[in-house]
Design a protein around this ligand. Structure first.
Ligand SMILES: *[C@@H]1O[C@H](CO)[C@@H](O)[C@H](O)[C@H]1NC(C)=O
Ligand SMILES: *[C@@H]1O[C@H](CO)[C@@H](O)[C@H](O)[C@H]1NC(C)=O
Ligand SMILES: *[C@@H]1O[C@H](CO)[C@@H](O)[C@H](O)[C@H]1NC(C)=O
Length: 301
């Protein structure tokens, strides 16, 4: 349901990024005090441009210089124009922070993480039970703190709302709120009023948000729907009707061809018979002519 909106929001990140990202290039002076998250788009911003980060000149000082980034998070990071020397990706067990200041080891629960960076948090020991498409290996970054998605039925849970604001071409604001919680997904979700984990809803039940549904898709009619990526299910009777139609069409074509062939054969048979009869008539009249001539010859003799 939110797919199109999210896409629109991410496109606008790009557009805003051009206007909002730092202008200072490598070697220029900057202040780490200016490192911040854009309040509307929640993108990380600093004085430095997209290929550098603000490195403090000495510990405890906020003044520093823009240094080339030493790690990247994306396969194709923004701001690098076909650069041959992209900073490396981080190995497993480490992560690249938003500013790109170097790989850091994964964070334990309770430690501070960056917005929408579940991948900065270390997986729980029972990660294969907790992992789902709504967390990263069973870990979450909720309210800027690493958490495990391990709250079970009836336990108190944390709800985190993040509102992304986008300015449309006409200056109109569009907002999209992403709500996440630390309940065990997709079986449970965090009920906002009781802040307790409760079971997710089955297909057709009334819902307010995608996370309330087992299918993680709250349809436009306000009830849990099948996810858009779900393959279309063809029922048995549709298979039977389709197969029957195909067979019937084939049988009809064959019958029409057989009838056509029979008619052509009949036509040909008639032609041959007419020819034969004509030949026979000719033969008979020639024989008769011959006989008459012979008779007259006998008479003359
Ligand atoms: C940082 O730089 C500003 C201006 O460039 C200066 O006023 C300030 O004292 C500096 N601060 C530190 C801690 O060096
Ligand atoms: C999840 O964590 C385990 C254990 O650290 C690791 O082996 C596995 O590759 C991780 N899976 C993903 C998708 O990161
Ligand atoms: C979830 O993980 C945290 C951190 O390890 C732990 O303190 C808590 O007891 C766990 N909760 C459940 C229900 O397992």
């Amino acid at each position: 349901m939110h797919g199109a909106l999210l896409l629109a929001v991410s496109f606008s990140f790009l557009a805003q990024n051009i206007a909002l990202c730092g202008e200072v290039t490598q070697g220029g002076s900057c202040s780490t005090a200016d490192d911040h998250i854009d309040p509307a788009s929640h993108k990380f911003l600093s004085d430095c441009d997209d290929t550098t980060f603000c490195s403090p000149s000495s510990a405890g000082s906020s003044n520093g210089t823009c240094q080339p980034r030493t790690c990247r998070r994306d396969e194709f990071p923004f701001g690098y124009n076909k650069s041959p020397s992209l900073p490396p990706l981080c190995s497993r067990g480490s992560f690249c922070p938003d500013e790109g200041s170097g790989c850091k080891p994964l964070l334990a629960p309770g430690q501070a993480c960056q917005l929408n960076r579940d991948d900065q948090c270390a997986p729980p020991p029972d990660w294969h039970e907790l992992a789902s498409n709504q967390n990263f290996n069973g870990s979450l970054c909720l309210r800027s703190t690493c958490t495990y998605a391990n709250a079970s039925l009836g336990q108190t849970c944390i709800v985190d709302d993040v509102t992304y604001i986008d300015i449309g071409p006409t200056g109109q604001q569009y907002s999209n709120t992403i709500t996440r919680d630390n309940c065990q997904t997709p079986k449970l979700y965090c009920d906002r009023s009781s802040t307790q984990c409760i079971p997710t809803k089955a297909l057709g039940e009334v819902c307010d948000a995608d996370r309330e549904c087992q299918t993680y898709s709250c349809g436009t009619s306000g009830t849990c729907a099948s996810p858009p990526s779900m393959p279309f299910h063809v029922s048995a009777w549709q298979f039977v009707v389709t197969a029957f139609s195909v067979v019937a069409a084939m049988a009809t074509i064959i019958m029409m061809l057989v009838i056509l062939h029979k008619r052509l054969r009949l036509q040909r048979y008639r032609e041959i018979r007419e020819y034969y009869e004509e030949q026979m008539r000719l033969r008979r009249s020639m024989a008769a002519l011959h006989a008459a001539a012979a008779e007259r010859y006998e008479d003359v003799k």
